[in-house]
Design a protein around this ligand. Structure first.
Ligand SMILES: C=CC1=C(C)c2cc3[nH]c(cc4nc(cc5[nH]c(cc1n2)c(C)c5CCC(=O)O)C(CCC(=O)O)=C4C)c(C)c3C=C
Ligand SMILES: [Fe+2]
Ligand SMILES: [Fe+2]
Length: 342
């Protein structure tokens, strides 16, 4: 690798600052630290106070959030996490997969790169991990929000947190951000691989389900909806599906506003009512299994399907730390590090 040797002995009147290294920081959403109401509450408080996520004026929103939502939702959300918590490592699935993705990428990326991971909400936080990278001498850092489709509510806010940290640095590192990779041929090929492996024999419909957003954000210019539609189209084309067999839908609605439609729930109910017995749901907007894929889809919507006459709803696993996904990310990261490493 082409890098300057970190300064070990600075001239006597200079601060001893390490430099010359390149860092890669994977960033995911965030998740409760422990399976307690208090931990879920503080995670939701931070998440739902982010103005990129809920853009109502704070003076109106904070009383609703603190007075109602944070007194009711944590108990329900904790119960949902309880069904999917990783007992082996005592962490949420999202945390486990993100950590494993970073560990595997560190092993396959060039020696000398500093590869780490952080969460936008909760721990390990973005600022703390960037402090660590700076201490290790990273003066060039690639930020990699782990969302194939760009949204201001996810990618945008992850990058914001890094810029906010950079505003306070005496020696601000050069920062690059990973562009959306919703149409990356490697990503589509990896999704094709999971479809071939996991879609059950005799499946009558496959719903391509993405996390939703308020329609208002889409109208204000967030390209997320278009990125989702493109991922869905490329996957359909690669699999030879039409949009009757493989419709796009949006899940996880929160609050009273109109969100992107159709909802995954409405398509699951309709499939049962039409007399379909076996369907699958794939979630190509989530690279890691989490509460929204394992609990909402794998448990909740599977029950909804049987309540409406269906028999089996297969929730297709996310790419997680599979070799295929690590290879997708390795190539994208090397592309984005062009000129920084040789
Ligand atoms: C309040 C509005 C929300 C918006 C807008 C939103 C966008 C959005 N979220 C993801 C990915 C994830 N969201 C997850 C959990 C989650 N999301 C919301 C709300 C909004 N998300 C809430 C309240 C929660 C918490 C769970 C609950 O209380 O039901 C997760 C899972 C985290 C985990 O630990 O498993 C992910 C991942 C995307 C991609 C997105 C917009 C594009
Ligand atoms: Fe969400
Ligand atoms: Fe669009």
């Amino acid at each position: 690798m082409d890098m300057v040797t970190p300064l070990t002995a600075a001239p006597h009147d200079h601060p001893n600052v390490a430099y010359g290294r390149v860092g890669v920081l994977l960033i995911n959403l965030g998740t409760p630290e422990a399976l307690t109401d208090q931990s879920v509450r503080s995670y939701l408080a931070e998440f739902l106070s982010d103005r990129r996520v809920v853009d109502y004026p704070a003076i109106l929103w904070q009383p609703v959030l603190r007075g109602i939502i944070l007194n009711t939702r944590p108990k329900k959300t904790r119960a949902a996490y309880g069904k999917i918590w990783d007992q082996e490592t005592d962490e949420s699935p999202l945390r486990r997969h993100t950590r494993e993705q970073a560990e595997k990428l560190r092993a396959v990326l060039p020696d000398g790169l500093v590869v780490d991971w952080a969460m936008r909400y909760g721990v390990p936080g973005i600022a703390g991990r960037l402090d660590g990278m700076a201490e290790e001498g990273c003066d060039r850092i690639l930020l990699v929000p782990l969302y194939p489709q760009y949204s201001a509510t996810t990618t945008g806010t992850a990058n914001d947190a890094a810029y906010l940290w950079a505003m306070k640095q005496a020696w601000q590192p050069a920062l690059r951000t990973m562009p959306a990779f919703h149409d990356d041929p490697g990503l589509i090929e990896a999704l094709v691989g999971t479809c071939r492996e996991h879609i059950p024999e005799g499946c009558e419909r496959i719903i391509l389900s993405f996390h939703g957003l308020p329609q208002r954000y889409f109208r204000a210019g967030d390209p997320y909806h278009c990125h989702c539609q493109k991922t869905a189209r490329l996957l359909r084309e690669a699999m030879g599906w039409d949009d009757q067999f493989a419709p796009t839908a949006f899940q996880s609605k929160f609050g009273p506003e109109k969100w992107l439609e159709p909802s995954t729930e409405s398509l699951v109910k309709a499939a049962g009512e039409e007399g379909l017995k076996k369907i699958a749901v794939i979630t190509p907007g989530f690279v890691s299994d989490c509460i929204e894929t394992l609990e909402e889809v794998g448990i909740g919507l599977a029950e909804t399907f049987t309540e409406h006459g269906g028999e089996e709803l297969a929730a297709i696993p996310c790419l997680n730390a599979s070799d295929d996904f690590i290879e997708v990310m390795r190539k994208l990261i090397l592309r984005e590090l062009s000129g920084w490493i040789s």
